[in-house]
Design a protein around this ligand. Sequence first.
Ligand SMILES: *[C@@H]1O[C@H](CO)[C@@H](O)[C@H](O)[C@H]1NC(C)=O
Ligand SMILES: *[C@@H]1O[C@H](CO)[C@@H](O)[C@H](O)[C@H]1NC(C)=O
Length: 445
Amino acid sequence: MKCLALKLIHTHGIIHKYYFIILVFLIGALSSIFFNKFWNYVSNNTKQPKNLIVRRPFSIIGSDDHEIFDYDKSAHELIIRETEVDVVSDQDNVEALMSLLAANEMKAMGKGEKALKLIEHGIALAPKNPDLLNGYGELIETLRDDILTADQMYFQALIHSPNHKAALINRKRTQLIVDDMDWQQLKRIDEKRDMMASISDSNIALRRAKKEAYFQHIYHTVGIEGNRMSLSETRSILETRMAIGGRSIAEHNEIIGLEAALKYINATLINRLGAISVDDILEIHKRVMGFVDPLESGVFRQTQVFVGGHVPPGPSHIGTLMDNFSRWLNSESTLRLHPVRFSALAHYKLVHIHPFTDGNGRTSRLLMNMILMQAGYPPIIIPKGERHKYYRTLEFANKGDIRPFLRFIAECTERTLNQFLLSTTTEFSTDIPELDYDNIIINES
Ligand SMILES: *[C@@H]1O[C@H](CO)[C@@H](O)[C@H](O)[C@H]1NC(C)=O
Ligand SMILES: *[C@@H]1O[C@H](CO)[C@@H](O)[C@H](O)[C@H]1NC(C)=O
């Protein structure tokens, strides 16, 4: 009896041991599967977006790289008009609607151009009237075959009146076409960027084009803000460090500051992936404005500013807004954007916050170009001759439609790439590349 009990306990013990071993084995196997899956998940999710990793950053060539080869105050800062004259008098409204009626009559009679003029008159009187905006879009679409502008008009009509039936129907038709056009443009840009990346860095024509672009870049970006220095004067200051007679000290300092900022970006920021901090932006600004206004450079403004009709946030909000902005700059979803769109949005957001007393436009353009260079695109030139288009598209963004601005920046990117490709692929590539955008202004001196 006793013996049997012992035997039972004994076998029980063995069985328990068995279970125990099996259990340990199972736990081990399951957890290894689990950890494996978990690791895959984590490593997949922390992968850099492909736009940012595979690209060799664009390095600039400037005045130190020795190679074989009426002060307009009104334009001084980026002007954003947010609030147009909002008050439309009753009389204007009535007159605006009359022009719409008259325009419809003209249209019915086949007099399209007259109809267009009438509606333009109406929109000048009542710029937010959805019927007028929609009618204008329809005319532009049929008469001019200009689907981009038409879509912009329907979009605006819907901003002011989200349930406008006719605009909704029109927009449904144009949206797909326009989205497709935008993607085609970005695709072309990427093909050209890849073509450029395939040219060796030591290619002489490319090096010359880069150097030429460097001077033009500085010339145009300070020119947009009203600097009167010509391209050759800009070049001379940077190459010889000698002053130009008849130009103000500030104009000289703006050019020197911009070069310092570009070099800083080229030397430190473009090879660093990811995280762009508020401090980076301050460091850029410190160089842009350091020679012109040492005390205000590299620090946020302490006062309220008024830029045209746009009232940027008060100084006490800037810190928070900039922290939020840098979170946006580095967020997963932002990094998944196409680099051209990412850079343009970053520009828009920074200039909208307007964190500095002066130099916001230049700092925003540098930030935009830094993002582009990180992704392997050349820094783009916004020609000073296109200043008005640049401001107008920024105003559109303030009114709720950012697409015209994104398109404008994409156009500038494509044009910059075209110029680079042209200067390296023609048989005359040993000549000084033609990168000038507005000959008239460049040749003035
Ligand atoms: C930009 O950086 C590259 C290498 O990092 C350097 O060769 C080049 O001289 C720099 N350009 C300027 C203008 O500082
Ligand atoms: C912070 O950024 C997010 C995303 O860009 C935006 O939706 C939000 O309104 C911002 N908050 C403030 C206080 O600006």
